[in-house]
Write a protein that binds this ligand. Sequence first.
Ligand code: G3P
Ligand code: MG
Length: 255
Amino acid sequence: ATCPGSWPYPRVLAHRGGGVLAPENTLAGLREGLRRGFRAIEYDIMLARDGVPVVMHDPYLGRTVAGSGHVYDYDAAELALFDAGGWFARAYEGEPVPLLVEYAQFCKAHGVWMNMEIKPAPDYDLETGGTVAHVAAALFADEIAAGHMAAVPLLSSFSMLALEAAREVAPQVPRACLMSELPPDWERRAREVGAVAIHTSHRHLTPRLAREVRAAGFGLFCYTVNEPRRARELLAWGVDAFCTDRIDLIGPDFA
Ligand code: G3P
Ligand code: MG
């Protein structure tokens, strides 16, 4: 199993699959990151009406996906026909909402390490967490069996219920607690879900908190860091890794 305190993963992740150079959470975004040498990404996952996980950030259509209503108003096959790229630029018109399974398989085939962010709709924490964990465990069954844990995705969520469900379904797939600002009882929460890492907004982090998290044996990841100078500062504080929208300014080998 992955040990708390170790961060065997890449240091710089493309946020929402490909940062802001291509439509977020689409295969086109992923390809843009690949072109720039990224082999690690963070992306968001929700459940469609039929319980099939799809790669999407917002719980509703309208911003990045043409249409209206909630993600859970549509089956995954319907969502896959909606345009998730035209909002960004004409060249991306018709880019589909990816199914999690297809997207994750594409990542695996290209050696892209994944931080899968579980974003449950209200009251769907358990189902969403369990489903995503199941997909990750099935896709990486060989790596898990071989103890090659650095290749296995890291599941993160703001929903502790989703993380608990993920642990129930696939305890061997590592989890991270997402907390925008660390509350005084952050450590208890992280231990409750058996997390190996803390994911937090860099805006609220302090050098002292960073030291505490790492001294307690957890990996420390920050979102979303878009200025190279700030990224350097956070790394100096002991932050293990971060995601960025600006994959044009901060490359995969940034140090
Ligand atoms: O996983 C970190 C970050 O992506 C959380 O915020 O809204 O961009 O998914 P958001
Ligand atoms: Mg996210």
